[in-house]
Design a protein around this ligand. Structure first.
Ligand SMILES: [Zn+2]
Ligand SMILES: [Zn+2]
Length: 863
């Protein structure tokens, strides 16, 4: 314990935070598998290693760290793992940019190695930011999805679901980005508004409107509504497709909107999801007119080899020249685009791998999870219910978990590796035995790789100890924290996979956080130049201020706008707290040993308020309401402790009085509890104070279990605080200095109050409490005139009127006469034109009187 004279006047954020970050040991945050304590396993999000731990990550991790630290203090054996979700397109693109190559310029393994090296470097950068933010991560539970020890589990999970029939391959329409040249899942399609042209043209005598004339080559039918009189009798007829000439049937379907265009639509394979629906419903032919690169196929005849955009222009020109195009209109529509590159997606029919989506099972498992905030469950429910296709999990990329299967070259048999041989790369490794069906020994490995969500959706299994088979020993996890932007992906897929692989829900609770918006209220983006990085904030105000901003910025689940003012306010609060702490330590130094009994009113009142604060903060932390917890702690420290308590008891702390020990005990307890309340949110600051106070680490202490009930102290203390504030205002209103002597103050209260002389010292007055009633005598002492009445009513006579009133005897001031003589003229006295001024006396001494409810205070100035 260092005496307060060694405490620096200013709190040096940078120095203190660095010092504690160097002193803390990683081992103290490790999950202990042998511990008898209750488990609290957090299935933390594995971020994509971009190299930049952004402010949205920071908010998410602040929440996780508040919870991890709080739960440890509550006696839980906490696991706060850190994963890295490495695979995927952004890294491939970055490598291609960095080295000026495309993925096909180098061997697959070489390209993967370049991606791995880039990723490891990025992870290292992000780790450094996380340490600077003071997160109590369990680094012994770090996982990196691109490393064999992790992705062999992804492969094991694939094989288990394949054997169970939950994964299958099929030629099926999928969303496809022709720029990225890969299939993507529905969850990765963003719908954006755009203006396009609706083209009306003559389709063998029927008018048809389309936004995508380039798909004419892929036309397989024309559909009309069965009740549409205009097309009665057309069903079953065959029409010749303009320009291309192939014949297609006319079909009827109630899903056709008779009010759109001419009421007749062409069905192409595939323009949109509706085409897929009709194609399935009516068993139509498949015509692939666009390939994986977005280029027209042979089906497009003279247009083959053209990019689809060029084909669209060419067909429109040919339609116009052929007199087929009738008119064009502008149309607002929502078009699906690639989440990564914003290219409009195509729907292509491809052989792909799919995971079966059992909506009911997923929703059933999701209902067993407790959702905070509750309404986030609805988002998952809506998404699950809107899913029409299974989850497409194959990707035509390189940096990803390989799909661990081969095909027999002779008979096509699907060959699977043994579990103990995982991980495998089927493009490099070969099966250990000949084909079980035909005995052939030539195989082709699957080149497609897995969707990254296949890696990250087993995170809950991984952290609970899954070895690729059966129920993990620590399953389910207790908590999943994540953003609302990935409910339909990460949350949805994790529940799906836990249900499929273990038969149960993955976690007891899910906590969904909001997004961080720029200070202009918009999503942070380079183009708006409203990006704030955690390093900017930490560099100026420190990690604890950023963490306070995270705690106080919003209710959990709401989006939070970044605001420098909040960070400044957070840092100011720390300065205030440091000043309080230094002041308190200056007094505690002279008291040694254990805190003694707390006997005096104000001290007992402080403990009552402290007890309220602990109850409020505890309830808030239990409900993950960090803003509410921080508000309670700030109010207590700033208002109750600093403004009220210390201002009132300061005098007693300097006095050589036996009541001084009571104040020191109360302050020691208060600082101890306050440091522990602050420990999860501002761990560096709390540690610095607590270490000075006790010589121990606050992060090894329990959450304060402090309750103090004293109704009398609450009542009398509240009254004392109110009285002192009121009398301070009284001094201020009279232009008196706050420490100026106030004379005799008598406080007449309904109950006897013993404030140990605090009110008197705080006010520099001879203050006494009494249960009696003051013997007040009223003395007339002048007149208050109401000029708003006198001015307009009496005009020139006003001055004379006022002189005459002042000359009246005291009893007539109280009961005004009806008339009065002004300049020899008898005039009526206007109603409410004056009231008498009254002064009070007690035993002949003039006093001021303040009334506060049923309490009366008299202030006598004569000494
Ligand atoms: Zn794309
Ligand atoms: Zn075979």
């Amino acid at each position: 314990m260092s005496p307060s004279h060694q405490l620096p006047k200013n709190y040096d954020i940078e120095e203190v935070e660095r010092r504690w970050q160097n002193a803390w040991r990683d081992e103290d945050n490790y999950f202990d598998p042998g511990s008898p304590k209750p488990r609290f396993i957090i299935d933390t999000p594995p971020p994509y290693p971009t190299g930049n731990f952004h402010i949205g990550n920071a908010l998410n991790w602040c929440y996780i760290d508040f919870i991890a630290r709080y739960k440890r203090m509550r006696g839980f054996n906490v696991m706060f793992p850190q994963g890295w979700d490495c695979h995927g397109l952004p890294t491939e693109v970055k490598v291609e940019e960095t080295y000026g190559i495309t993925k096909n310029d180098v061997p697959r393994e070489k390209f993967r190695e370049m991606c791995r090296d880039l990723t490891l470097g990025n992870i290292e950068k992000m780790r450094a930011t996380m340490r600077r933010l003071g997160f109590s991560t369990d680094w012994s539970h770090e996982y990196i999805t691109m490393l064999p020890e992790y992705y062999k589990k992804t492969q094991a999970s694939f094989l288990q679901m394949l054997k169970a029939g939950d994964i299958y391959q099929s030629e099926h329409p999928v969303n496809f980005c022709t720029r990225c040249e890969t299939a993507i899942a529905f969850a990765e399609v963003n719908y954006v508004p755009r203006t396009t042209t609706l083209n009306y043209f003559d389709f063998d005598g029927v008018e048809i409107a389309t936004t995508r004339p380039e798909l004419l080559a892929a036309c397989v039918a024309v559909a009309v509504h069965p009740d549409d009189e205009r097309y009665r009798g057309m069903k079953g007829k065959r029409l010749a497709v303009p320009i291309f000439g192939h014949q297609v049937p006319v079909i009827e379907d109630v899903a056709v909107d008779p009010n759109f265009g001419s009421g007749a639509v062409m069905i192409c394979t595939f323009g949109d999801k509706m085409d897929v629906y009709w194609w399935k419903q009516h068993n139509l032919e498949l015509r692939k007119a666009i390939d994986r690169q977005g280029v027209m196929t042979a089906v497009a005849g003279p247009y083959a080899g053209m990019p689809s955009e060029a084909c669209r222009k060419a067909i429109l020109r040919d339609m116009e020249e052929g007199g087929i195009l009738k008119r064009q209109e502008e149309l607002e529509q929502r078009v699906g685009t690639c989440w990564r590159c914003k290219t409009p997606i195509e729907i292509l029919s491809e052989r792909q791998w799919f995971v079966r989506v059992h909506q009911d099972d997923i929703l059933d498992a999701a209902r067993r999870v407790s959702w905070t905030p509750e309404h986030m469950f609805t988002r998952l429910e809506n998404w699950a219910e809107s899913m029409e296709w299974d989850w497409c999990i194959s990707r035509q990329r390189i940096f990803a978990t390989p799909i661990p299967v081969w095909f027999c070259d002779s008979c096509g048999e699907l060959i699977l590796p043994d579990g103990e041989d995982l991980p495998v790369d089927p493009t490099v490794d070969t099966p250990k035995a000949p084909c079980p069906r035909c005995g052939g020994s030539n195989f082709t490995g699957e080149k497609d790789v897995l969707d990254t969500w296949m890696d990250s959706s087993i995170s809950a299994l991984h952290v609970t100890g899954w070895d690729g088979d059966g129920r993990p020993p620590l399953f389910p996890a207790q908590l999943r924290p994540q953003g609302h932007d990935i409910i339909r992906t990460w949350a949805f897929y994790t529940i799906l996979r836990a249900k499929a692989l273990v038969g149960s829900h993955p976690w007891d609770q899910i906590l969904v956080n909001g997004m961080v918006l720029g200070d202009d209220g918009f999503k942070m983006s380079k183009s708006r130049s409203n990006i704030i990085s955690p390093e900017d904030v930490v560099g100026k105000y420190g990690a604890d201020a950023l963490r306070q901003w995270g705690a106080g910025g919003a209710t959990i689940g709401s989006d939070i706008m970044f605001n420098w003012n909040d960070v400044v306010a957070a840092s100011r609060f720390q300065t205030k707290l440091w000043n309080i702490f230094r002041f308190v330590m200056g007094h505690l130094d002279t008291v040694t040993g254990e805190p003694g009994p707390v006997t005096e009113l104000t001290d007992r009142w402080l403990l009552v308020r402290l007890s309220d604060t602990v109850a409020e903060a505890t309830a808030a932390m239990e409900g993950y309401q960090f803003d509410r917890a921080l508000r309670a702690i700030r109010e207590f420290a700033w208002n109750t402790l600093a403004d009220d308590y210390i201002e009132i008891t300061k005098g007693r702390l300097y006095a050589e009085d036996s009541s001084r020990a009571s104040a020191c005990s109360a302050l020691r307890t208060t600082m101890d509890v306050l440091c522990r309340l602050l420990a999860p949110i501002i761990p560096h600051f709390a540690e610095e104070c607590y270490h000075n106070l006790t010589g121990r680490s606050v992060h090894k202490e329990g959450w304060p279990d402090f309750a103090y009930a004293d109704d009398e102290a609450r009542r009398h203390g509240d009254l004392l605080v109110k009285m002192v504030a009121e009398l301070r205002r009284y001094k201020h209103d009279r232009g008196m200095a706050l420490n100026a002597p106030l004379g005799h103050v008598m406080i007449y209260a309904p109950e006897p109050v013993d404030d140990a002389g605090d009110a008197g010292r705080a006010l520099n007055a001879d203050a006494r409490w009494s249960t009696g009633t003051p013997r007040l005598e009223e003395v007339a002492n002048g007149v208050n005139f109401n000029m708003a009445i006198i001015g307009p009513r009496l005009r020139k006579q006003a001055r004379g009127f006022m002189e005459a009133v002042q000359a009246l005897p005291p009893d007539q001031l109280r009961n005004p006469p009806t008339t009065i003589t002004v300049d020899g003229e008898e005039i009526p006295v206007p109603a409410d034109s004056f009231t008498p001024k009254v002064a009070y006396q007690v035993a002949g001494e003039e006093v001021d009187v303040l009334t506060l409810g049923d309490v009366v205070v008299t202030i006598g100035h004569s000494s």
